[in-house]
Design a protein around this ligand. Structure first.
Ligand code: HEC
Length: 484
């Protein structure tokens, strides 16, 4: 049987499922990076605190730790499962691809995460209650466990961009999928920026310190940490870009707006200026200013950064074999995965897709627009919102065009052939392309549908044939000829 196991698509009309995932994930990045950065900062502060006998440093760990318990650990632990939920419905086969490759890596990450969570409680509540050596050992364990969670996740994230080594396609195995140039470049860049974020968020806690001398000392240390890590992170950026697969390089060159590089530079300069301010005028640091800077980092730094990572890997969502619209695009012998494009070429979505509504498998003039909408939801809506809002609204790309045959020609010429670097190859049978074209044209002008039904009915009467349009390979040749 020519079937492919596409799940029913989760269609979110407001902003698109991609942005729902993106929003949750970006907020999670803020919390998780702060958690890991702070863990390492705590380890360092605990060491200095005991070495130089400075109890106020341990006191600060307690304060920042308590703040993080709410900020990072509670909110981070809500958004973490939020990513699981939203990706499971938004990209079920994407998450499945990752689980099939990395289930034990993820289990390992979870163990380290539990150590991290227990660790932060111990760091907060055991200050002054256990001896110096024990506290330091807890601090070091906490720091290392946090770093391990980051390493595990980065390996998985970088697999989404590209498998670590090309041999993975033929051999499979998580080591080949996990470790690659992109893994290390991404680890470097995240490692650096996580300290920038830690320094910014730490400012919220530092602002509330009573002792002006200590506040000045700490604000200056955080400022230096922030400046150095932002500059180092930025220096890693070209390295990161150079590790992107060729496909992503093309997408980046063509699709990333020209102002992007100057925008990044502006954010970097603004970050450095902010830290220079806290370096020179540490006493003027207030929780409001630091909170505002945190928000700015989130909106101007993390959101664009994560958007780029997600755009660059188009048309794939994972491992350079799974398209964002959930269709498997390549044979991967190492995972005994087979491309689904030949099946789609043969029978089309209407007949290959398991969950396709039965009444829409046979295309008639009357149901064409509904078939088109279902096709758009299945094949396009992962990357294009079908409403005017949200992710790359589809109507905008057709510029109000209502000419069904022109749109159909474009769909066959550009999408069915896979001629567009950043879009998947989307095989459409002739009648499917027409149905999708009717739907797309109807977005600009709903009366297109009635005209289309009219024309088709008249044409059918002229040919003295009332048979339904049908693309299945089983359809008699005369029918296929009739609709062309
Ligand atoms: C993997 C994600 C993805 C899928 C699935 C996808 N597109 Fe696109 N599409 C893009 C991206 C990315 C662009 C470029 C947008 C930009 O940079 O403004 C684009 C651009 C377009 C354009 C503008 C013309 C062009 O060549 O740039 C049209 C038209 C379009 N898409 C139609 C569709 C239709 C119709 C479908 C479903 C049959 C679809 N797309 C599915 C990602 C996708």
């Amino acid at each position: 049987m020519d079937l492919i196991g596409l799940y029913p698509t989760w269609y979110e009309p407001g902003i698109g499922s991609g942005w729902v995932i993106g929003l949750i994930a970006t907020i999670h990045v803020l919390f998780s990076h702060t958690a890991v950065g702070a863990a390492m900062l705590f380890t360092y502060l605990a060491y200095i605190g005991y070495r130089d006998d400075r109890p106020e440093l341990l006191d600060f760990i307690k304060k920042y730790g308590l703040f993080l318990l709410v900020f990072s650990y509670i909110l981070g632990s809500i958004t973490g499962p939020g990513i699981w939920y939203s990706t499971t419905v938004g990209s079920p086969r994407g998450i499945s691809a990752l689980i099939h490759n990395f289930v034990w890596k993820w289990a390992t990450e979870w163990v380290f995460f539990v150590i991290e969570v227990v660790g932060v409680y111990m760091m907060v509540y055991l200050v002054g209650k256990v001896d110096k050596g024990t506290y330091l050992r807890i601090a070091i364990t906490f720091g290392l466990a946090s770093f391990a969670t980051m390493l595990a996740i980065v390996g998985i994230l970088s697999f989404m961009m590209e498998p670590g080594r090309p041999e993975w396609f033929t051999h499979g195995g998580y080591l080949l999928g996990f470790y690659g140039d992109n893994t290390f470049a991404q680890l470097g860049i995240r490692f650096a920026f996580m300290f920038t974020i830690t320094a910014v968020v730490g400012g919220i806690v530092v602002a509330g310190l009573k002792d002006p001398v200590f506040k000045t000392w700490l604000a200056r240390r955080l400022a230096i940490l922030g400046i150095v890590s932002a500059v180092v992170g930025m220096a890693f950026y070209p390295w990161y870009l150079s590790t992107l697969p060729a496909q992503a390089q093309i997408v980046m060159e063509n699709r990333i707006p020209g102002y992007f590089n100057s925008a990044i530079l502006t954010v970097l300069i603004a970050t450095v200026v902010y830290f220079l301010f806290t370096l020179i005028k540490p006493r003027m640091l207030t929780a409001g200013i630091a909170g505002f800077a945190t928000l700015a980092i989130l909106i101007l730094g993390l959101f664009p950064g994560e958007t780029i990572r997600e755009s660059a890997r188009k048309p794939f969502v994972a491992g350079e074999y799974l398209y964002s619209n959930q269709v498997i695009a390549k044979d991967v012998p190492g995972m005994t995965v087979k491309s689904e494009l030949p099946t789609l070429d043969k029978v089309g979505f209407t007949h290959a897709s398991v969950f396709w509504p039965e009444e829409l498998r046979t295309i008639t003039p009357q149901n064409a627009v509904e078939v088109g909408r279902t096709l758009a939801i299945t094949a396009c809506s992962n990357c294009h919102s079908l409403s005017p809002t949200g992710i790359r609204p589809i109507a905008g790309y057709f510029g109000g065009n209502t000419d069904v045959s022109k749109i159909k020609t474009y769909l066959i010429g550009a999408l069915s052939t896979g001629n567009t670097a950043y879009m998947p190859r989307i095989p459409l049978k002739d009648a499917e392309a027409e149905a999708l074209a009717v739907y797309l044209a109807s977005l600009a002008d709903p009366t297109v549908v009635a005209r289309f039904v009219d024309e088709k009915t008249r044409a059918a009467q002229q040919k003295d044939s009332s048979a339904p349009l049908n693309t299945s390979s089983a359809a008699p040749a005369s029918l296929i000829a009739a609709q062309e």
